[in-house]
Structure formats: C-alpha cells, structure tokens
Design a protein around this ligand. Structure first.
Ligand SMILES: Nc1ncnc2c1ncn2[C@@H]1O[C@H](COP(=O)(O)OP(=O)(O)OP(=O)(O)O)[C@@H](O)[C@H]1O
Ligand SMILES: [Mg+2]
Length: 249
C-alpha cells in the first residue's frame, strides 16, 4: 500500500479538496483506494457524504483497541473507501504522546490490517507542525504539499523543508509541492510561481486554478469529476495526478 499524505503547515490551502479529487482519480483507475480523513474538522468526510464518527474515538484507536476494518465506510464511488474523521481527533497528539512506542510505528501498526486491502492510501492531514504531522512524515511515501503562491506560503514551505531535512524525514519520502488556488490576475501569484519554478525544480508543473467550479465541491458534496468532468478545472487535477505518479515512481 502506497501512502500519499496531503499536508501543509498552513490551513485553507486546498489540502482536503486535493485529497478528495486525487483519491477519486486513483480509485477511478481501478486502484483500491482508501482516504483517511485525519482532520477533526471532518471536511473530507463531508465532501464524501460520510458521517464523521469513530466509535471509541482517537484514544482507543491509537491504543489499538478498535477493529479498523469495521470503521471504514464505502463512499458509493467504485474502489474508494473512507476512514472517517471524528471530533476526538483534536486530541490525536495527546493520544500519540501517551504511547510508549514511536508514533509512526503505532499508526503503522494500526493500519496493518487494512494495508492488504488497498493499493493507495491518501491522508487528508490537518494543518500545523504537530506530533501527528511528524508521525505522518515517518510513515508516508509521498508528501504532497499544496500551496498558494504567496510570500508567506513560500516561507512556511521553506521552514517545513528545513524541518524535514534536520530530522532526516526527507531521506525516506518524496516531497512534492504544487500550487493551488492560483489566480492569474494576481501579480503576487504570477511572480511567486515564476520565481519558484526557476529556483525549485522540485515543484510540480501542474497548477490548480482558483476556480468557482472547484469550490462548488462544497455544495455538490462530491469530487469535481462527478459534476464537471469535462472542464479545464477537472483536467488540472487529472494532470496533477499524472504528474504525481510520474514523479513518485
Ligand atoms: N482550486 C480552488 N478554487 C477555489 N476554491 C478552492 C480551491 N481549492 C479549495 N478551495 C476552497 O478553499 C477553501 C479551503 O480548501 P480546503 O478545505 O481544501 O483547504 P484545506 O487546506 O484542507 O483547509 P484546512 O487547513 O482548513 O483543512 C474551501 O472553501 C474550498 O472549497
Ligand atoms: Mg482540510
């Protein structure tokens, strides 16, 4: 099972939107796909019309006292299942801290029973450089970092990279940043995307535009491909997924 985490220190940058669309594309290709909504906001669960509820909550889950397979929900889309959020995920760090074992090993162990049923696991991460975030850095194969092209976003990204290098996480996973919510009329977006492309070839070439059609996912409660499949906006996510697969081997 290959693990893709959609993560940024910053909030509101398109993590959940990207996680839902990328997981949908993975599943639509026939890969058995699981999306874990790790954010207590429960936005991915909302988009996929699944109740954000884990009976027993974060503490029992992390303590290994729940049957994880029984917590997974079908989404109605072929090959795509959801591991829902729960409000108790807000205490995930505390639950992880109370474990004796290394946090990434604890979460790796709890995922073991589901790993043989899925080809791809997508983690929709909450923002912040928390213990949960570090746990994910120690677990995932590919760290996808959606980013709005502004100066402060770039600063947060550089801090993240420094952190990953300092702790050695960059050696065990592929980090793939990409731009989201891009507005071609905004000079700052134009300047930052151009500069970054020149200086950081690691950035994916595909750009996800700031689009009313993408934003409508909140009203439609479904991935973009179900209601606007033949649009350039849907194609931007198709291009992104193709590039991610190419770049992550
Ligand atoms: N490409 C886009 N064009 C227009 N609106 C978008 C786009 N991507 C996301 N949005 C909107 O921006 C808001 C934030 O998106 P999203 O929830 O995906 O970000 P997030 O990084 O997961 O946020 P959080 O940190 O709160 O989890 C939402 O209202 C979403 O509908
Ligand atoms: Mg989110």
């Amino acid at each position: 099972m290959k693990i893709y985490a959609i993560y940024n220190i910053k909030g509101g940058v398109g993590k959940t939107t990207s996680a839902v669309n990328l997981a949908y594309l993975s599943a639509a290709e026939g890969a058995r796909t699981l999306l874990w909504d790790l954010d207590h906001q429960g936005s991915a669960s909302y988009y996929l019309c699944v109740k954000p509820k884990i009976e027993g909550g974060a503490k029992e889950l992390i303590e290994g006292r729940l049957n994880v397979n029984s917590l997974l929900r079908m989404t109605g889309y072929p090959n795509l299942d959801l591991f829902p959020s729960d409000i108790s995920y807000r205490r995930m760090d505390q639950a992880l801290e109370e474990e004796k074992d290394r946090p990434s090993r604890v979460v790796g162990k709890l995922l073991k029973p589901v790993a043989k049923h899925y080809d791809n696991l997508f983690l929709d991460c909450p923002p912040g450089l928390s213990l949960l975030a570090e746990t994910i850095f120690g677990l995932c194969d590919v760290l996808l970092v959606p980013m709005i092209p502004t100066t402060l976003s770039l600063r947060a990204y550089n801090r993240l990279v420094r952190f990953l290098v300092d702790k050695g996480y960059n050696r065990r996973m592929r980090v793939l940043p990409f731009f989201t919510l891009v507005h071609p009329d905004k000079p700052i977006h134009r300047v930052v995307t151009a500069n970054v492309r020149e200086k950081h070839p690691v950035f994916l070439k595909t750009i996800i535009p700031d689009s009313n059609i993408i934003e409508a996912m909140g009203v439609k409660r479904s991935p973009i491909f179900t209601y606007a499949r033949q649009t350039p906006d849907a194609n931007s996510y198709r291009d992104l997924w193709a590039e991610i697969k190419e770049r992550s081997g």
